[in-house]
Design a protein around this ligand. Structure first.
Ligand SMILES: Cc1cc2nc3c(=O)[nH]c(=O)nc-3n(C[C@H](O)[C@H](O)[C@H](O)COP(=O)(O)OP(=O)(O)OC[C@H]3O[C@@H](n4cnc5c(N)ncnc54)[C@H](O)[C@@H]3O)c2cc1C
Length: 511
């Protein structure tokens, strides 16, 4: 079922068993999991089925600290959410990502990789991906040409990725949601406030509004916020009533620990002699699985560094590419997206000449690295309000010494191993030369991956949700999405956030 909330009578009361707020990757995955199961599921979406500039403007906000993409355009505010723009890169987290690491403050999830594996398998098909197998040997049988570099396996390994078409959730799953007998989707239903009971121990109802001046109330037994990591934190902080500091924020953790992936051109690789690089080059035309170079758990521990990977791009192509942070700078997400596509197209034209030029031996090494959890990196509220009266978000993105140290050390190790194996030489980018320089350059980009703002921890002083994604101290409020990540892992987050949402869905069915 579908209702445009703008067409409802003002002050309509909406009731159901479970209410999911936000129809992006997380919200739609959860709703689909409840399809035809007899429960009355309310799915609230702030936007409509098409882009709407007035709705998108509700996402505007300011940033301080490390330079970041405009908050207005780094997410999409409509049915399907940011999957309308995502690239489809998928890989599960590594076992180490969930562990407590003595050298990474506030690391350690209350769950393990094994807890997520059944849900990764389930998530895989939602992304129209092949089998849940991220083992190099498995893929080598299918593509014999993909051979790993002859590096010491105790030090460096090849982490496999798969590529979703990319699935646009708003297009692929619209019909199933709209025709579902028990999911009731309301578009143009923007959550503006969460109302608790008198002791702030449970959620009573949600207030939703739209630009037509209509206000509705939503009641359910259980509520799930699935509006993305920045927006979920903003909604909790903005819902001040009985809970004076915002909902779930008695310990001042909501919005803190904002994390991104550190994505930046970091070095060049010059091969000594021709060697197959096919495994490590992303081919847009086939989207076949490929790998990135990663350091083993033991080496990360011995070196005291974060988890990360390096990918290869032919240098002639890489030199045509402008850093993403300089490309994705338009406040209109559609314009930024067009610029991104043009940027890749420009470099792909060079790919043809690269392929023809036999014996080309120069590659760029591009980093994708987790950011260390940092309390000071955070979302807060600004004094300015959006058109529906909700305070706008403010991002302070702050990095630490460990982030820069890990980046530099990663390439020192990689360079040493490439030399030892006779593969070639690694030349670091200038920003990594000075060992005393802890600053990150302005060309550092993120992957538009927002994580950590409602992080998972069994300790309410360190996290907003528990191992089941339930907000500490509130009996019927849950969070879905990468805001729940305790640490960021190196891979892009969407496969993991959908797996985590499906795990939450499973929990809600049985609790
Ligand atoms: C250019 C780009 C490329 C990317 N590439 C990749 C990639 O290759 N791999 C990867 O893993 N990730 C990638 N990502 C990130 C990926 O898109 C996100 O991780 C993912 O979409 C987040 O899912 P979500 O459901 O948590 O949030 P979203 O998809 O952002 O969905 C949130 C939903 O909540 C709705 N909403 C917000 N506020 C309210 C409210 N107040 N009331 C009601 N509804 C509300 C929104 O309209 C939206 O539908 C990319 C992102 C971008 C921008």
């Amino acid at each position: 079922m579908h209702t445009d909330a703008r067409k409802l009578e003002n002050n309509t009361k909406i009731e159901g068993d479970i209410c999911i707020v936000g129809a992006g990757a997380a919200g739609i995955s959860m709703a689909l999991d409840w399809n035809k199961n007899g429960k009355n599921v309310i799915l609230l979406e702030g936007g409509g089925f098409e882009y709407d500039n007035k709705i998108q403007d509700l996402y505007s906000g300011n940033s301080t600290g490390q330079r970041y993409y405009p908050l207005r355009s780094c997410r999409l505010h409509l049915f399907g959410g940011t999957t309308g723009h995502w690239g489809g890169m998928c890989a599960p987290f590594d076992p180490i990502d969930f562990k407590k690491r003595s050298w990474v403050s506030d690391s350690g999830w209350p769950i393990t990789l094994q807890d997520l594996v059944p849900f990764y398998k389930k998530a895989q098909s939602l992304f129209e991906l092949d089998t849940y197998n991220y083992n190099l040997h498995y893929w080598q049988k299918e593509y014999p040409a993909i051979t790993p570099f002859p590096l010491d396996k105790d030090i460096i390994w090849s982490k496999m990725w798969q590529f979703s078409p990319p699935t646009r959730f708003g297009k692929t799953y619209k019909e199933t949601i709209v025709k579902s007998p028990n999911i009731h989707l309301y578009t143009y239903a923007n959550l503006t406030k969460i109302i608790t009971n008198n002791t702030a121990s449970s959620i009573k109802e949600l207030i939703v509004k739209n630009h037509e001046g209509k206000t509705h109330k939503v009641r359910a037994k259980k509520f799930v916020l699935a509006c993305g990591a920045i927006q979920n934190a903003r909604m909790l902080l903005a819902s001040r009533g009985v809970a004076k500091k915002g909902i779930g924020n008695d310990n001042d953790v909501v919005g803190r620990y904002f994390m991104e992936h550190l994505e930046i051109k970091s070095a060049e690789l010059w091969l000594r002699k021709p060697i197959s690089t096919e495994l490590y080059i992303f081919d847009y035309s086939t989207r076949k699985p490929r790998a990135e170079l990663a350091l083993t758990e033991r080496i990360q521990e011995e070196s005291g560094i974060l988890n990360g990977t390096a990918s290869l791009t032919p240098l002639v192509m890489a030199k045509q590419q402008t850093p993403l942070i300089d490309v994705w700078n338009n406040e209109d997400p559609r314009k930024s997206f067009d610029k991104l596509v043009a940027n890749f197209r420009k470099s792909r034209e060079q790919n043809t000449s690269w392929q023809e030029k036999k014996g080309n031996r120069a590659f760029e090494l591009f980093t994708r690295m987790e950011q260390a959890p940092n309390r000071n990196s955070r979302i807060t509220l600004s004094n300015e309000k959006d058109a529906l009266g909700v305070p706008r978000p403010q991002l302070h993105w702050e990095l630490t010494h460990l982030d820069k140290y890990s980046l530099r050390k990663f390439y020192h190790i990689l360079g040493l191993q490439m030399g030892k194996a006779g593969i070639g030489r690694v030349k670091l980018e200038e920003f990594l030369w000075d060992e005393n320089d802890n600053a990150m350059p302005d060309q550092l980009g993120g992957g538009w991956h927002h994580m950590g703002t409602t992080r998972m921890s069994e300790d309410p002083n360190k996290g907003v949700v528990d191992a089941n994604c339930k907000v500490h101290g509130i009996s019927n409020l849950f969070i879905a999405g990468s805001g729940c990540f305790s640490t960021a892992g190196a891979p892009n987050p969407t496969l993991t956030l959908v797996a985590l949402s499906l795990r939450l869905s499973d929990y809600l069915k049985t609790s």
